[in-house]
Design a protein around this ligand. Structure first.
Ligand code: ADP
Ligand code: MG
Length: 570
Protein backbone atom coordinates (compact mmCIF):
# COMPACT_ATOMS: atom_id res chain seq x y z
CA UNK A 1 0.00 0.00 0.00
CA UNK A 2 1.66 3.13 -1.23
CA UNK A 3 -1.06 5.26 0.32
CA UNK A 4 -0.18 7.98 2.74
CA UNK A 5 -1.38 7.33 6.26
CA UNK A 6 -1.56 9.78 9.11
CA UNK A 7 -0.93 8.30 12.53
CA UNK A 8 -1.07 9.80 15.99
CA UNK A 9 1.99 9.67 18.21
CA UNK A 10 1.66 7.53 21.27
CA UNK A 11 0.58 9.89 24.04
CA UNK A 12 3.97 10.20 25.69
CA UNK A 13 5.78 11.16 22.52
CA UNK A 14 4.49 14.69 22.28
CA UNK A 15 5.14 15.19 25.95
CA UNK A 16 8.71 13.98 25.62
CA UNK A 17 9.24 16.02 22.50
CA UNK A 18 8.31 19.19 24.26
CA UNK A 19 10.59 18.35 27.17
CA UNK A 20 13.48 17.46 24.91
CA UNK A 21 13.21 20.70 23.03
CA UNK A 22 12.92 22.74 26.19
CA UNK A 23 15.67 21.08 28.19
CA UNK A 24 18.18 20.96 25.37
CA UNK A 25 17.67 24.49 24.26
CA UNK A 26 21.12 25.62 25.35
CA UNK A 27 22.75 22.56 23.87
CA UNK A 28 21.21 22.57 20.43
CA UNK A 29 24.09 21.20 18.45
CA UNK A 30 23.83 17.77 20.05
CA UNK A 31 21.05 16.93 17.58
CA UNK A 32 23.77 16.07 15.10
CA UNK A 33 25.60 13.85 17.54
CA UNK A 34 22.37 11.96 18.23
CA UNK A 35 21.57 11.43 14.57
CA UNK A 36 25.11 10.38 13.74
CA UNK A 37 25.14 8.06 16.70
CA UNK A 38 21.95 6.40 15.43
CA UNK A 39 23.42 6.11 11.96
CA UNK A 40 26.54 4.56 13.41
CA UNK A 41 24.45 2.09 15.46
CA UNK A 42 22.62 1.19 12.26
CA UNK A 43 25.92 0.58 10.47
CA UNK A 44 27.21 -1.60 13.31
CA UNK A 45 23.96 -3.58 13.36
CA UNK A 46 24.28 -4.24 9.65
CA UNK A 47 27.88 -5.30 10.01
CA UNK A 48 26.85 -7.67 12.75
CA UNK A 49 23.89 -9.20 10.91
CA UNK A 50 26.00 -9.52 7.78
CA UNK A 51 28.37 -11.81 9.63
CA UNK A 52 25.74 -14.49 9.15
CA UNK A 53 23.87 -13.06 6.12
CA UNK A 54 26.45 -11.57 3.80
CA UNK A 55 23.82 -10.75 1.15
CA UNK A 56 22.61 -7.86 3.32
CA UNK A 57 25.53 -5.83 1.99
CA UNK A 58 23.83 -5.73 -1.44
CA UNK A 59 27.06 -4.97 -3.34
CA UNK A 60 27.62 -1.94 -1.13
CA UNK A 61 29.87 -3.14 1.67
CA UNK A 62 31.53 0.19 2.48
CA UNK A 63 29.56 1.50 5.44
CA UNK A 64 29.43 5.26 5.77
CA UNK A 65 27.42 8.20 7.02
CA UNK A 66 26.94 11.31 4.92
CA UNK A 67 25.92 14.73 6.16
CA UNK A 68 24.75 17.19 3.54
CA UNK A 69 23.40 20.72 3.49
CA UNK A 70 21.01 22.48 1.15
CA UNK A 71 21.29 26.16 1.95
CA UNK A 72 18.46 27.22 -0.34
CA UNK A 73 16.02 24.68 0.99
CA UNK A 74 17.25 25.20 4.55
CA UNK A 75 17.76 21.49 5.17
CA UNK A 76 20.38 19.27 6.75
CA UNK A 77 20.38 15.57 5.86
CA UNK A 78 22.05 12.69 7.66
CA UNK A 79 22.20 9.55 5.51
CA UNK A 80 23.50 6.12 6.32
CA UNK A 81 23.73 2.83 4.47
CA UNK A 82 23.21 0.84 7.63
CA UNK A 83 20.57 -1.69 8.55
CA UNK A 84 17.56 0.57 7.83
CA UNK A 85 14.02 0.19 9.13
CA UNK A 86 10.95 -1.51 7.74
CA UNK A 87 7.49 -0.04 8.07
CA UNK A 88 6.64 -1.73 11.36
CA UNK A 89 10.01 -0.82 12.84
CA UNK A 90 9.42 2.81 11.97
CA UNK A 91 6.07 2.73 13.74
CA UNK A 92 7.53 0.95 16.75
CA UNK A 93 10.73 2.92 17.20
CA UNK A 94 10.18 6.36 15.72
CA UNK A 95 6.42 6.67 16.18
CA UNK A 96 6.45 5.55 19.77
CA UNK A 97 9.51 5.65 21.90
CA UNK A 98 9.89 2.50 23.97
CA UNK A 99 7.08 3.62 26.16
CA UNK A 100 8.02 2.29 29.56
CA UNK A 101 11.37 4.05 29.30
CA UNK A 102 9.60 7.22 28.31
CA UNK A 103 7.30 7.15 31.25
CA UNK A 104 10.22 6.73 33.59
CA UNK A 105 12.05 9.51 31.82
CA UNK A 106 9.15 11.85 32.37
CA UNK A 107 8.93 10.76 35.99
CA UNK A 108 12.65 11.27 36.51
CA UNK A 109 12.69 14.85 35.21
CA UNK A 110 13.75 17.25 37.89
CA UNK A 111 13.15 20.60 36.27
CA UNK A 112 16.87 21.31 36.50
CA UNK A 113 17.96 21.86 32.94
CA UNK A 114 21.47 20.51 33.26
CA UNK A 115 20.35 17.32 34.95
CA UNK A 116 17.43 16.76 32.61
CA UNK A 117 19.63 17.13 29.56
CA UNK A 118 21.91 14.46 30.92
CA UNK A 119 18.93 12.17 31.32
CA UNK A 120 17.92 12.42 27.71
CA UNK A 121 20.84 10.41 26.43
CA UNK A 122 20.31 7.78 29.08
CA UNK A 123 16.71 7.25 28.08
CA UNK A 124 17.36 6.93 24.40
CA UNK A 125 15.07 9.64 23.12
CA UNK A 126 17.89 10.88 20.95
CA UNK A 127 16.06 10.89 17.64
CA UNK A 128 13.66 13.54 18.88
CA UNK A 129 16.48 15.97 19.47
CA UNK A 130 16.10 16.66 15.73
CA UNK A 131 13.11 18.80 16.63
CA UNK A 132 15.30 21.18 18.60
CA UNK A 133 16.36 22.76 15.34
CA UNK A 134 13.78 21.47 12.83
CA UNK A 135 10.09 22.20 12.45
CA UNK A 136 9.69 19.21 10.17
CA UNK A 137 11.67 15.99 10.11
CA UNK A 138 11.40 13.49 7.28
CA UNK A 139 12.89 10.03 7.52
CA UNK A 140 13.35 7.83 4.47
CA UNK A 141 14.38 4.28 5.11
CA UNK A 142 14.69 0.83 3.62
CA UNK A 143 15.78 -2.17 5.56
CA UNK A 144 18.75 -4.11 4.23
CA UNK A 145 17.60 -7.11 2.23
CA UNK A 146 14.16 -5.74 1.32
CA UNK A 147 13.13 -4.78 -2.23
CA UNK A 148 13.54 -1.18 -3.21
CA UNK A 149 9.72 -0.83 -3.38
CA UNK A 150 9.58 -1.54 0.33
CA UNK A 151 10.97 1.80 1.42
CA UNK A 152 9.16 3.95 3.98
CA UNK A 153 8.78 7.70 4.31
CA UNK A 154 7.97 9.04 7.75
CA UNK A 155 7.38 12.73 8.28
CA UNK A 156 6.28 14.89 11.17
CA UNK A 157 6.25 18.41 12.51
CA UNK A 158 6.55 16.92 15.98
CA UNK A 159 3.12 18.08 17.06
CA UNK A 160 1.10 15.00 17.78
CA UNK A 161 0.95 13.13 14.48
CA UNK A 162 3.10 11.83 11.66
CA UNK A 163 2.54 10.55 8.15
CA UNK A 164 3.73 7.27 6.79
CA UNK A 165 4.02 6.37 3.15
CA UNK A 166 5.56 3.57 1.10
CA UNK A 167 8.28 4.74 -1.25
CA UNK A 168 10.78 3.33 -3.66
CA UNK A 169 14.23 3.62 -2.14
CA UNK A 170 17.05 2.17 -4.22
CA UNK A 171 19.71 2.62 -1.57
CA UNK A 172 19.69 0.67 1.65
CA UNK A 173 19.61 2.52 4.98
CA UNK A 174 18.17 5.72 6.32
CA UNK A 175 18.09 9.43 5.40
CA UNK A 176 16.97 11.86 8.06
CA UNK A 177 16.07 15.25 6.58
CA UNK A 178 15.78 18.22 8.92
CA UNK A 179 13.82 21.23 7.70
CA UNK A 180 15.43 23.88 9.85
CA UNK A 181 13.34 26.35 11.80
CA UNK A 182 13.63 29.93 10.59
CA UNK A 183 15.79 30.94 13.51
CA UNK A 184 18.02 27.87 13.27
CA UNK A 185 19.20 28.38 9.71
CA UNK A 186 22.74 28.89 11.01
CA UNK A 187 23.04 25.10 11.01
CA UNK A 188 22.71 25.02 7.22
CA UNK A 189 26.39 25.76 7.07
CA UNK A 190 29.12 23.44 5.98
CA UNK A 191 31.75 24.81 8.32
CA UNK A 192 29.48 24.77 11.33
CA UNK A 193 28.47 21.16 10.76
CA UNK A 194 32.08 20.08 10.27
CA UNK A 195 33.07 21.59 13.57
CA UNK A 196 30.17 19.92 15.37
CA UNK A 197 31.11 16.57 13.87
CA UNK A 198 34.72 16.96 14.98
CA UNK A 199 33.62 17.93 18.41
CA UNK A 200 31.12 15.15 19.10
CA UNK A 201 31.58 12.40 16.57
CA UNK A 202 35.27 12.23 15.91
CA UNK A 203 35.52 8.76 17.46
CA UNK A 204 32.75 7.15 15.45
CA UNK A 205 34.45 4.28 13.64
CA UNK A 206 32.23 4.53 10.58
CA UNK A 207 33.37 7.35 8.25
CA UNK A 208 31.26 10.49 8.55
CA UNK A 209 31.52 12.32 5.23
CA UNK A 210 30.63 15.73 3.87
CA UNK A 211 30.81 17.14 0.38
CA UNK A 212 34.23 18.43 -0.62
CA UNK A 213 34.23 22.17 -0.76
CA UNK A 214 36.49 22.75 -3.71
CA UNK A 215 35.70 21.29 -7.08
CA UNK A 216 38.26 20.82 -9.80
CA UNK A 217 37.40 23.02 -12.73
CA UNK A 218 36.30 21.06 -15.80
CA UNK A 219 39.10 20.53 -18.31
CA UNK A 220 39.11 19.45 -21.90
CA UNK A 221 41.12 16.40 -21.03
CA UNK A 222 38.42 15.12 -18.79
CA UNK A 223 35.13 15.23 -20.66
CA UNK A 224 33.17 13.64 -17.86
CA UNK A 225 34.21 16.07 -15.18
CA UNK A 226 31.39 18.53 -15.80
CA UNK A 227 28.85 15.79 -15.20
CA UNK A 228 30.76 14.53 -12.20
CA UNK A 229 30.71 17.90 -10.55
CA UNK A 230 26.94 17.72 -10.15
CA UNK A 231 27.24 14.95 -7.62
CA UNK A 232 29.79 16.25 -5.17
CA UNK A 233 32.65 14.17 -4.03
CA UNK A 234 32.58 13.31 -0.36
CA UNK A 235 35.43 13.36 2.08
CA UNK A 236 35.80 12.01 5.54
CA UNK A 237 35.36 14.52 8.38
CA UNK A 238 35.79 12.42 11.53
CA UNK A 239 39.06 10.75 12.34
CA UNK A 240 37.31 7.60 13.40
CA UNK A 241 40.19 5.96 15.14
CA UNK A 242 38.80 3.94 17.98
CA UNK A 243 40.33 5.66 20.98
CA UNK A 244 40.73 2.42 22.88
CA UNK A 245 42.96 0.99 20.13
CA UNK A 246 45.32 3.92 20.10
CA UNK A 247 48.53 4.28 22.00
CA UNK A 248 47.96 5.79 25.45
CA UNK A 249 50.79 8.27 25.01
CA UNK A 250 49.10 9.79 21.93
CA UNK A 251 45.72 10.40 23.53
CA UNK A 252 44.98 13.70 25.23
CA UNK A 253 42.76 14.02 28.29
CA UNK A 254 40.25 15.89 26.16
CA UNK A 255 40.07 13.00 23.74
CA UNK A 256 39.44 10.59 26.59
CA UNK A 257 36.75 12.86 27.97
CA UNK A 258 35.05 13.34 24.60
CA UNK A 259 35.01 9.65 24.01
CA UNK A 260 33.42 9.12 27.39
CA UNK A 261 30.66 11.57 26.55
CA UNK A 262 30.05 9.86 23.26
CA UNK A 263 29.98 6.47 24.90
CA UNK A 264 27.85 7.25 27.90
CA UNK A 265 25.66 10.08 26.60
CA UNK A 266 26.70 11.79 29.80
CA UNK A 267 27.06 15.56 29.52
CA UNK A 268 29.51 15.62 32.35
CA UNK A 269 33.11 14.66 32.33
CA UNK A 270 34.16 11.33 33.79
CA UNK A 271 35.75 11.25 37.22
CA UNK A 272 38.58 8.94 36.20
CA UNK A 273 39.54 6.31 33.67
CA UNK A 274 41.85 3.36 33.12
CA UNK A 275 43.17 2.41 29.71
CA UNK A 276 45.05 -0.86 29.24
CA UNK A 277 46.38 -2.98 26.45
CA UNK A 278 47.00 -6.58 27.41
CA UNK A 279 49.24 -8.75 25.27
CA UNK A 280 49.92 -12.45 25.38
CA UNK A 281 47.64 -15.42 24.99
CA UNK A 282 44.52 -13.36 25.64
CA UNK A 283 45.00 -10.01 23.96
CA UNK A 284 42.58 -7.18 24.49
CA UNK A 285 42.18 -3.46 25.03
CA UNK A 286 40.10 -2.11 27.87
CA UNK A 287 39.12 1.49 28.39
CA UNK A 288 37.03 1.92 31.52
CA UNK A 289 35.53 5.05 33.05
CA UNK A 290 34.18 5.93 36.47
CA UNK A 291 31.40 8.51 36.04
CA UNK A 292 30.85 11.50 38.27
CA UNK A 293 27.22 10.81 38.88
CA UNK A 294 25.14 7.76 39.60
CA UNK A 295 22.98 6.79 36.64
CA UNK A 296 19.27 7.20 37.30
CA UNK A 297 18.68 3.45 37.23
CA UNK A 298 21.53 2.39 39.51
CA UNK A 299 19.12 0.67 41.85
CA UNK A 300 16.76 -0.74 39.25
CA UNK A 301 16.81 -4.50 39.24
CA UNK A 302 17.59 -4.79 35.56
CA UNK A 303 20.10 -1.98 35.40
CA UNK A 304 22.10 -2.07 32.23
CA UNK A 305 25.80 -2.54 32.56
CA UNK A 306 27.86 0.10 30.86
CA UNK A 307 30.61 -1.87 29.17
CA UNK A 308 30.47 -2.56 25.46
CA UNK A 309 32.12 -5.59 24.00
CA UNK A 310 33.96 -5.42 20.69
CA UNK A 311 35.85 -8.19 18.97
CA UNK A 312 38.62 -6.92 16.70
CA UNK A 313 36.84 -3.57 16.43
CA UNK A 314 33.51 -5.07 15.45
CA UNK A 315 30.81 -4.09 17.88
CA UNK A 316 29.32 -7.20 19.48
CA UNK A 317 27.09 -6.12 22.32
CA UNK A 318 26.08 -3.42 24.72
CA UNK A 319 25.68 -3.96 28.42
CA UNK A 320 28.09 -6.84 28.56
CA UNK A 321 27.47 -7.76 32.17
CA UNK A 322 30.11 -10.48 32.26
CA UNK A 323 32.98 -8.03 31.98
CA UNK A 324 32.66 -6.63 35.49
CA UNK A 325 30.97 -7.74 38.69
CA UNK A 326 27.58 -6.33 39.59
CA UNK A 327 28.88 -4.00 42.31
CA UNK A 328 30.90 -2.13 39.65
CA UNK A 329 27.89 -1.72 37.36
CA UNK A 330 28.33 2.06 37.23
CA UNK A 331 31.52 1.72 35.18
CA UNK A 332 31.28 2.64 31.49
CA UNK A 333 33.68 1.61 28.82
CA UNK A 334 34.82 -0.65 26.05
CA UNK A 335 36.55 -3.99 25.98
CA UNK A 336 37.90 -5.03 22.59
CA UNK A 337 39.08 -8.63 22.56
CA UNK A 338 41.31 -10.08 19.86
CA UNK A 339 40.77 -13.73 20.61
CA UNK A 340 37.03 -14.21 20.87
CA UNK A 341 34.85 -15.48 18.01
CA UNK A 342 32.80 -12.77 16.31
CA UNK A 343 29.60 -14.69 16.82
CA UNK A 344 30.08 -14.81 20.57
CA UNK A 345 26.75 -14.91 22.40
CA UNK A 346 25.74 -14.05 25.95
CA UNK A 347 25.62 -17.77 26.72
CA UNK A 348 29.15 -18.31 25.50
CA UNK A 349 30.35 -15.37 27.55
CA UNK A 350 28.95 -16.99 30.64
CA UNK A 351 31.42 -19.85 30.51
CA UNK A 352 34.46 -18.43 28.83
CA UNK A 353 37.84 -18.53 30.53
CA UNK A 354 39.11 -15.56 28.54
CA UNK A 355 36.13 -13.51 29.66
CA UNK A 356 36.70 -14.55 33.27
CA UNK A 357 40.29 -13.38 33.05
CA UNK A 358 39.27 -10.06 31.53
CA UNK A 359 36.61 -9.63 34.18
CA UNK A 360 38.96 -10.16 37.08
CA UNK A 361 41.60 -7.90 35.55
CA UNK A 362 38.97 -5.20 34.94
CA UNK A 363 37.86 -5.48 38.55
CA UNK A 364 41.40 -5.01 39.81
CA UNK A 365 41.86 -2.03 37.50
CA UNK A 366 38.80 -0.26 38.80
CA UNK A 367 39.68 -0.99 42.41
CA UNK A 368 43.19 0.28 41.73
CA UNK A 369 41.84 3.40 40.08
CA UNK A 370 39.60 4.09 43.07
CA UNK A 371 42.45 3.46 45.50
CA UNK A 372 44.59 5.93 43.62
CA UNK A 373 41.84 8.54 43.67
CA UNK A 374 41.29 8.00 47.38
CA UNK A 375 44.97 8.48 48.05
CA UNK A 376 45.89 11.28 45.66
CA UNK A 377 42.65 13.13 45.19
CA UNK A 378 40.56 12.58 48.29
CA UNK A 379 38.07 15.27 47.35
CA UNK A 380 37.34 13.60 44.05
CA UNK A 381 37.09 10.31 45.82
CA UNK A 382 34.56 11.78 48.20
CA UNK A 383 32.43 12.90 45.23
CA UNK A 384 32.56 9.35 43.99
CA UNK A 385 31.69 7.96 47.37
CA UNK A 386 28.72 10.24 47.90
CA UNK A 387 27.24 9.25 44.53
CA UNK A 388 28.19 5.61 44.22
CA UNK A 389 29.56 4.38 47.53
CA UNK A 390 26.45 2.46 48.47
CA UNK A 391 26.90 0.19 45.46
CA UNK A 392 30.48 -0.55 46.46
CA UNK A 393 29.18 -1.78 49.81
CA UNK A 394 27.69 -4.74 47.94
CA UNK A 395 31.24 -5.72 47.03
CA UNK A 396 32.45 -7.77 50.00
CA UNK A 397 29.46 -10.10 49.61
CA UNK A 398 29.82 -10.54 45.88
CA UNK A 399 33.57 -10.57 45.49
CA UNK A 400 35.15 -12.56 48.27
CA UNK A 401 38.67 -12.41 46.85
CA UNK A 402 38.79 -8.64 46.75
CA UNK A 403 37.01 -8.21 50.08
CA UNK A 404 39.91 -6.56 51.85
CA UNK A 405 40.59 -4.09 49.03
CA UNK A 406 36.95 -3.14 48.75
CA UNK A 407 36.75 -2.69 52.52
CA UNK A 408 39.68 -0.29 52.30
CA UNK A 409 37.65 1.86 49.92
CA UNK A 410 34.59 2.12 52.15
CA UNK A 411 33.71 5.36 53.94
CA UNK A 412 31.54 5.72 57.00
CA UNK A 413 29.89 8.24 59.18
CA UNK A 414 30.97 7.71 62.79
CA UNK A 415 30.53 9.12 66.26
CA UNK A 416 33.50 11.38 65.48
CA UNK A 417 32.03 12.91 62.30
CA UNK A 418 29.09 15.24 62.11
CA UNK A 419 25.87 15.06 60.16
CA UNK A 420 25.28 12.27 57.69
CA UNK A 421 28.43 12.58 55.56
CA UNK A 422 30.32 9.30 55.14
CA UNK A 423 33.96 10.26 55.26
CA UNK A 424 35.88 7.90 57.56
CA UNK A 425 37.83 4.97 56.14
CA UNK A 426 38.53 1.84 58.13
CA UNK A 427 42.21 2.71 58.03
CA UNK A 428 41.51 6.06 59.63
CA UNK A 429 39.33 4.34 62.19
CA UNK A 430 42.11 1.92 63.05
CA UNK A 431 44.63 4.75 63.40
CA UNK A 432 42.33 6.40 65.93
CA UNK A 433 41.67 3.27 67.97
CA UNK A 434 42.16 3.64 71.69
CA UNK A 435 44.94 1.90 73.51
CA UNK A 436 43.80 -1.65 74.22
CA UNK A 437 40.99 -1.54 71.63
CA UNK A 438 41.06 -4.59 69.40
CA UNK A 439 37.78 -4.37 67.52
CA UNK A 440 36.06 -2.14 65.04
CA UNK A 441 32.76 -1.20 66.66
CA UNK A 442 29.63 -0.39 64.70
CA UNK A 443 25.94 0.11 65.18
CA UNK A 444 23.26 -0.44 62.54
CA UNK A 445 19.98 1.43 62.60
CA UNK A 446 17.29 2.42 60.15
CA UNK A 447 18.24 6.09 59.98
CA UNK A 448 21.35 8.17 60.62
CA UNK A 449 19.59 9.87 63.52
CA UNK A 450 18.54 6.59 65.12
CA UNK A 451 22.12 5.36 64.90
CA UNK A 452 23.60 8.53 66.31
CA UNK A 453 21.23 8.74 69.27
CA UNK A 454 21.21 5.13 70.28
CA UNK A 455 21.66 4.52 74.04
CA UNK A 456 24.07 1.75 73.09
CA UNK A 457 26.64 4.42 72.32
CA UNK A 458 26.76 5.86 75.80
CA UNK A 459 29.64 3.88 77.18
CA UNK A 460 31.64 4.39 73.98
CA UNK A 461 31.16 8.13 74.18
CA UNK A 462 32.24 8.06 77.77
CA UNK A 463 35.42 6.21 76.87
CA UNK A 464 36.00 8.20 73.68
CA UNK A 465 35.84 5.10 71.49
CA UNK A 466 34.77 5.76 67.91
CA UNK A 467 31.79 3.78 66.56
CA UNK A 468 30.76 3.41 62.90
CA UNK A 469 27.18 4.55 62.36
CA UNK A 470 25.58 2.37 59.72
CA UNK A 471 22.16 3.23 58.39
CA UNK A 472 22.17 2.52 54.65
CA UNK A 473 20.00 -0.42 53.71
CA UNK A 474 22.92 -2.28 52.28
CA UNK A 475 24.88 -1.95 55.54
CA UNK A 476 23.32 -5.01 57.16
CA UNK A 477 24.36 -6.98 54.12
CA UNK A 478 27.81 -5.49 54.34
CA UNK A 479 28.44 -6.45 57.96
CA UNK A 480 27.19 -10.00 57.52
CA UNK A 481 29.86 -10.39 54.83
CA UNK A 482 32.67 -8.26 56.13
CA UNK A 483 33.69 -9.83 59.40
CA UNK A 484 37.11 -8.28 59.73
CA UNK A 485 39.52 -5.79 58.23
CA UNK A 486 43.30 -5.76 58.73
CA UNK A 487 42.90 -8.55 61.25
CA UNK A 488 40.47 -6.54 63.38
CA UNK A 489 37.02 -7.99 63.71
CA UNK A 490 33.94 -5.87 63.21
CA UNK A 491 31.76 -5.94 66.29
CA UNK A 492 28.17 -4.81 66.60
CA UNK A 493 27.65 -2.87 69.81
CA UNK A 494 24.04 -3.98 70.05
CA UNK A 495 24.79 -7.65 70.15
CA UNK A 496 25.59 -10.05 72.95
CA UNK A 497 27.65 -9.50 76.00
CA UNK A 498 29.45 -6.28 75.38
CA UNK A 499 33.05 -7.29 75.69
CA UNK A 500 35.15 -4.20 75.93
CA UNK A 501 38.25 -6.27 76.58
CA UNK A 502 41.10 -4.16 77.84
CA UNK A 503 38.93 -1.07 77.44
CA UNK A 504 36.83 -2.01 80.46
CA UNK A 505 38.24 -0.76 83.68
CA UNK A 506 38.28 -2.59 86.98
CA UNK A 507 35.87 -0.12 88.48
CA UNK A 508 33.25 -1.01 85.93
CA UNK A 509 33.65 -4.70 86.46
CA UNK A 510 33.16 -4.32 90.22
CA UNK A 511 30.21 -2.03 89.62
CA UNK A 512 28.51 -4.67 87.48
CA UNK A 513 29.01 -7.29 90.13
CA UNK A 514 27.75 -4.97 92.83
CA UNK A 515 24.73 -4.07 90.75
CA UNK A 516 23.92 -7.71 90.17
CA UNK A 517 23.87 -8.28 93.92
CA UNK A 518 22.14 -5.09 94.92
CA UNK A 519 19.41 -5.31 92.30
CA UNK A 520 19.03 -9.08 92.15
CA UNK A 521 15.36 -8.86 93.12
CA UNK A 522 14.54 -6.20 90.55
CA UNK A 523 16.25 -8.20 87.81
CA UNK A 524 14.28 -11.30 88.73
CA UNK A 525 11.02 -9.36 88.74
CA UNK A 526 11.74 -7.88 85.33
CA UNK A 527 12.62 -11.30 84.02
CA UNK A 528 9.31 -12.73 85.26
CA UNK A 529 7.30 -9.78 84.00
CA UNK A 530 8.82 -9.94 80.50
CA UNK A 531 8.64 -13.74 80.48
CA UNK A 532 9.06 -15.36 77.10
CA UNK A 533 9.67 -12.08 75.37
CA UNK A 534 13.28 -11.89 76.53
CA UNK A 535 15.99 -14.43 76.98
CA UNK A 536 17.70 -12.69 79.83
CA UNK A 537 17.76 -9.50 81.87
CA UNK A 538 21.18 -8.52 83.12
CA UNK A 539 23.08 -5.60 84.60
CA UNK A 540 25.52 -3.87 82.29
CA UNK A 541 28.00 -1.05 82.16
CA UNK A 542 27.22 -0.18 78.55
CA UNK A 543 24.74 2.53 79.62
CA UNK A 544 25.59 5.89 81.11
CA UNK A 545 22.42 7.97 81.06
CA UNK A 546 19.69 5.60 79.87
CA UNK A 547 18.18 3.14 82.33
CA UNK A 548 17.93 0.18 79.94
CA UNK A 549 18.40 -1.03 76.39
CA UNK A 550 17.68 -4.09 74.30
CA UNK A 551 20.47 -6.24 72.92
CA UNK A 552 20.30 -9.31 70.71
CA UNK A 553 22.31 -12.49 71.03
CA UNK A 554 25.76 -12.54 69.46
CA UNK A 555 24.67 -14.86 66.69
CA UNK A 556 21.19 -13.57 66.10
CA UNK A 557 19.85 -11.26 63.48
CA UNK A 558 20.15 -7.64 64.51
CA UNK A 559 16.97 -5.80 65.32
CA UNK A 560 17.61 -3.55 62.35
CA UNK A 561 18.06 -6.40 59.90
CA UNK A 562 14.82 -7.90 61.20
CA UNK A 563 13.14 -4.56 60.41
CA UNK A 564 14.68 -4.40 56.93
CA UNK A 565 13.56 -7.92 56.08
CA UNK A 566 10.09 -7.26 57.40
CA UNK A 567 9.81 -4.13 55.26
CA UNK A 568 10.62 -6.09 52.09
CA UNK A 569 8.05 -8.70 53.05
CA UNK A 570 10.28 -11.56 54.22
P1 ADP B 1 18.45 5.04 20.91
O1 ADP B 1 19.45 5.35 19.86
O2 ADP B 1 18.98 5.29 22.29
O3 ADP B 1 17.80 3.70 20.79
P2 ADP B 1 16.95 7.07 19.55
O4 ADP B 1 15.79 7.91 19.89
O5 ADP B 1 18.18 7.81 19.18
O6 ADP B 1 17.24 6.11 20.76
O7 ADP B 1 16.54 6.11 18.40
C1 ADP B 1 15.39 5.29 18.56
C2 ADP B 1 15.42 4.09 17.67
O8 ADP B 1 15.14 4.45 16.32
C3 ADP B 1 16.76 3.39 17.59
O9 ADP B 1 16.92 2.48 18.65
C4 ADP B 1 16.66 2.66 16.25
O10 ADP B 1 15.94 1.46 16.39
C5 ADP B 1 15.83 3.60 15.43
N1 ADP B 1 16.68 4.44 14.57
C6 ADP B 1 16.96 5.74 14.70
N2 ADP B 1 17.76 6.20 13.72
C7 ADP B 1 18.04 5.12 12.94
C8 ADP B 1 18.81 4.91 11.74
N3 ADP B 1 19.52 5.89 11.18
N4 ADP B 1 18.83 3.66 11.22
C9 ADP B 1 18.15 2.65 11.80
N5 ADP B 1 17.39 2.79 12.90
C10 ADP B 1 17.33 4.00 13.47
MG1 MG C 1 20.27 7.20 19.61
Amino acid sequence: DAQKETLEFKAEVSQVLELVIRSLYSNKEIFLRELISNASDAAEKLRFEALTTASLFEDDPELRIQVSVDKTAGTVTVSDNGIGLNRQEVIDTIGSIASSGTRRFVAALSGDQAKDSALIGQFGVGFYSAFIVADRVTLLSRRAGLDQEQGVCWSSDGRGSYTLESIVKPTRGTDVILHLKDDEKEFADDWRLRSIISKFSDHIAVPVEMAKQEYKPATDENEDSAAENKTPEYERVNRGTAVWMRNKADITDDEYKDFYKHLSHDFEEPLAWAHNRVEGSNEYNALLYVPKRAPWDLWERELKHGVKLYVRRVFIMDEADKLLPHYLRFVKGVVDADDLPLNVSREILQHNRKIDTIRSANTKRILGLLEMLAKDEPEKYQTFWDELGRVLKEGPAEDFNNRERIAGLLRFSTTVTEGTAQTVSLDTYIERMKEGQTKIYYITADSPAAARHSPHLEVFRKKGVEVLLLSDRVDEWLVTNLLEYQGKSLQSITKGELDLGALADEEEKTKTEQAAQAHGDLIKRLQTALGERVKEVRPSTRLVDSPSCIVVGEHEMSANLARVLKSVGQ
